[in-house]
Design a binder for this molecule. Structure first.
Ligand SMILES: [Zn+2]
Length: 363
């Protein structure tokens, strides 16, 4: 799983309630695929991509919180590998290890645009025993426009002094929204924000308890996601994360990529720590924008150890992971691996914007 700042419809989730208004989205049942017959790999999971498709989001699960799964191979219609887990490098696709379910989005970069025809994947799941993966996809039809709207629903989970009724007049919340609007404007997006109060057990999730090997409480919170429109990103605003000593989590998204337009999965949204929102809403807003970037399919421009970069060719790369060394080399990007308080603003690149607007969640 990606670290700091950093998750079905049937089977394993819910079909969108507003399917009728989502004419450019097509949901496809890809069937059940079992690991174990070939090592710990599934058989071929194939999605047929039509000529007019802008993006495809697949997810396969659910194998629970104690196993990890990942895309091991992904072949394109032209017969070449978009990703091969055994290859020395994969310039146009990335995958993380995921608990619960494996989501994957195509494309992850304009450098390898979506092709028409069959994409075939195999998924690896560890844990030593065969598991059945139910796989489902959403295909977004049509061109990726220059502008789009991102619907976000802030769900307040025991944030002191704050609820959905007061959010529209709360300087902290509005500061967070303003910073998300500023960052996403650089990607051609406007933000449509709405507010609601958490309907579940507030006491359980006010502080989200996770460890390096157990994110089940985080997953369970995301699985309560049930926005009015499936084209809405659910942002749970909590008081804090409780985690391993020496680790601080200020926000975390399902994925990358999250299961956009699918409610009710362990990767159906994101969580942001709201406790410092009153004092520094821009800081919290930057975290929210960064996590939303992950949810929509973006990776860090440079990772903490500088050993890995994203697959997008117009984002700067730094040979160091130290923020102070990387001015002009990616540290001003929203998807820099950590918050850069020295940057006057954090923006998306042009190609990141195209991937963000291509996500099925874009209105
Ligand atoms: Zn991150």
């Amino acid at each position: 799983m990606t670290g700091l700042l950093l998750l079905l419809a049937c089977p394993g989730g819910d079909l969108p309630a507003d399917s009728a208004s989502l004419a450019d989205l097509e949901y496809v049942d890809l069937g059940t695929h079992t690991t174990g017959d070939t090592g710990f790999l599934t058989d071929d999971i194939t999605i047929e991509v039509p000529e007019d498709a802008a993006s495809v989001l697949v997810h396969c699960g659910d194998f629970g919180p104690s196993k990890l799964g990942l895309v091991w191979t992904l072949d394109q219609p032209d017969g070449t590998a978009l990703f091969d887990g055994a290859a020395a490098s994969n310039p146009h696709f990335k995958g993380n290890s995921h608990d619960e379910l494996v989501p994957y989005l195509i494309p992850l970069t304009p450098d390898a645009p979506l092709q028409a025809g069959n994409y075939t994947a195999q998924i690896y799941v560890d844990g030593g025993s065969p598991v059945d993966l139910g796989c489902e996809a959403v295909i977004r039809h049509g061109e990726v426009g220059a502008n789009a709207t991102l619907g976000v629903e802030f769900v307040f989970v025991g944030v002191e002094g704050l609820d959905a009724a007061s959010a529209a007049d709360d300087a902290g919340v509005q500061g967070v929204v303003a910073e998300m609007e500023r960052a996403f404007a650089t990607a051609g997006y406007s933000i449509d924000a709405s507010y609601s109060d958490f309907g579940g057990n507030v006491a359980t999730y006010t502080v989200v308890d996770v460890t390096e090997t157990d994110y089940s409480e985080f997953n369970d919170l995301l699985a309560t996601s049930n926005p009015n429109s499936s084209r809405t990103l659910t942002i749970f605003m909590v008081q804090d994360f409780q985690t391993d000593e020496g680790t601080t989590i200020l926000g975390k998204a399902g994925g990358p990529p999250g299961t956009a337009t699918f409610g009710g999965t362990a990767k159906s949204g994101m969580v942001v720590v709201a406790s410092s929102m009153g004092e520094d809403p821009v800081f919290v807003g930057r975290i929210a924008a960064h996590e939303a970037g992950h949810f929509l399919g973006l990776y860090h421009t440079t990772e903490r150890d500088a050993g890995a970069h994203d697959v997008i060719s117009d984002t700067p790369e730094c040979s160091s992971g130290a923020t102070a060394d990387c001015g002009g080399s990616g540290a001003e990007n929203v998807m820099w691996w950590t918050n850069n308080s020295d940057a006057t603003s954090a923006d998306f690149s042009s190609m990141q914007g195209k991937i963000l607007r291509g996500n099925p969640i874009a209105r």
